[in-house]
Design a protein around this ligand. Structure first.
Ligand code: FES
Length: 108
């Protein structure tokens, strides 16, 4: 079962931007990289720091806390499969974006 969270129009980030979205009891970070959208949990799998404010380099987000870098596409720590931030598929229908949230994985 997955839920399609409709991203409010006012929240859709501009090219190169990012937003923090509050959804039920979770925080998601949504990035726009060259008009492709990527959604991840706003919680670093290392020690839980916010990733939304991290340094973006292409499709790689670097956590501000200790500098670990994650691939926005897969969620994995670069060059590793040991650590992974939860990432969510993003669908676009016309102007409307949806984030696909796997209800089981999110524990709800
Ligand atoms: S909490 Fe993100 S690198 Fe440590």
């Amino acid at each position: 079962m997955s839920y399609r969270y409709p991203v409010p129009q006012a929240k859709v980030p501009e090219r190169g931007g990012r937003v923090l979205l509050a959804f039920e009891n979770k925080s998601l970070a949504l990035f726009n990289v060259a008009d492709q959208f990527y959604a991840i949990d706003d919680s670093c799998p290392h020690q839980g720091a916010s990733l939304c404010g991290g340094r973006l380099d292409g499709r790689v987000i670097q956590c501000c806390a200790h500098g670990l870098r994650f691939d926005l596409v897969s969620g994995y720590l670069l060059n590793s499969t040991q650590l992974k931030v939860v990432s969510y598929p993003v669908e676009r229908q016309g102007e409307q974006l949806f984030i696909l949230i796997d209800c089981e994985e999110s524990g709800q």
